[in-house]
Design a protein around this ligand. Structure first.
Ligand code: AMP
Ligand code: MN
Ligand code: MN
Ligand code: MN
Length: 283
């Protein structure tokens, strides 16, 4: 039997994706996805729509989110899968962590104005599907529209990242809290795209060690954000730390994402797929 085509990481208009949960479900089904999770940044407002759309498209579904965390001065993303989307502790945690985004966005716009890019806040807002979730991605789309950059990847090379105009350092949730919100509500916590963080080996070891100690159980091995060498490297990390492996495209938009829903290599066969830990949570 071929391995299950699971895609457990993507974004809708409820965070910084450009498609609705319904359009994502249809696209996932058309691409051969069998098990799907919508993982909007710091948001679970799309979960009931996504689960219903999954059912209509014949997809199995796991609830999902991608929580922004500050660890050792860096932003780390923790994916939560298979939690109870109606758990009040999850809602309270995510509502609190979303709260800082508005003020951060105004500061980002001020910095951009200082380098001659005016109206970025209002411009970014045009791309925002959820007023509680204004993100750098929305600014990036506006900077492309305004002709400052050709594509969003260029925006993140020239602006909005550390040391560049428009970057505002921000304190997100703690690793401990994010893992707790997920596990308390019955889900499994997964370290997202580990190759994307600029950690020293010591800091990375601390991340995996503390994540495990807090009850984290998975790591993304195959993701749209990893090269095949990076996937091999984090397959080894999964073995070393006894973590289950996840697989997800991190799809945001047909115009921006190079990895489409479900179009990913399989997980290495010896690793435990994270969905095996969540068999009773699949809908
Ligand atoms: P925020 O949560 O507001 O800090 O925005 C983070 C989002 O910006 C990520 O989820 C990505 O969608 C996008 N992003 C960050 N860095 C890059 C990059 N180098 N290239 C493309 N998109 C990026
Ligand atoms: Mn994003
Ligand atoms: Mn991420
Ligand atoms: Mn993501």
């Amino acid at each position: 039997m071929p391995p299950l085509n699971a895609d457990l990481h993507c974004h809708s208009v409820v965070s910084d994706g450009t498609l609705t949960p319904e359009a994502l479900a249809a696209r996932a089904a058309a691409n051969g996805v069998e098990l799907w999770a919508l993982t909007d940044h710091d948001e679970i407002g799309g979960q009931h729509r996504a689960a219903a759309a999954a059912r209509e498209n014949g997809l199995k579904y796991l609830t999902g989110t991608e929580i922004s965390v500050t660890f050792a001065g860096e932003t780390v993303h923790i994916v939560g899968l298979g939690f109870d989307a109606d758990d009040p502790r999850m809602h309270e945690g995510l509502t609190a962590t979303r709260g800082g985004r508005g003020a951060r966005a105004l500061e980002m716009a001020e910095q951009l104005a200082q380098v001659g890019i005016h109206g970025a806040y209002e411009g970014a807002l045009k791309y925002v599907g959820n007023p509680e979730l204004i993100s750098r991605t929305h600014f990036a789309r506006y900077l492309v529209e305004a002709g400052v950059c050709k594509e969003t990847n260029e925006v993140f090379r020239r602006y909005l990242t550390e040391g560049k105009p428009g970057f505002v350092p921000h304190r997100w949730a703690s690793l401990k809290d994010a893992v707790r919100w997920i596990t308390q509500s019955g889900g499994v916590a997964v370290i997202a795209h580990p190759a994307r963080y600029k950690f020293t080996p010591t800091e990375e070891y601390a991340l995996f060690t503390e994540f495990k100690a807090h009850g984290g159980q998975g790591v993304e091995v195959v993701t749209g954000s990893h090269t095949s060498a990076e996937s091999a490297r984090y397959a080894d990390t999964a073995r070393e730390f006894g973590l289950a492996a996840s697989r997800g495209s991190d799809f945001h938009s047909p115009d921006e994402s190079h990895t489409d829903l479900g179009r990913l290599p399989p997980l290495p066969e010896d690793l435990t797929p994270v969905w095996h830990l969540l068999a009773d949570r699949i809908r």
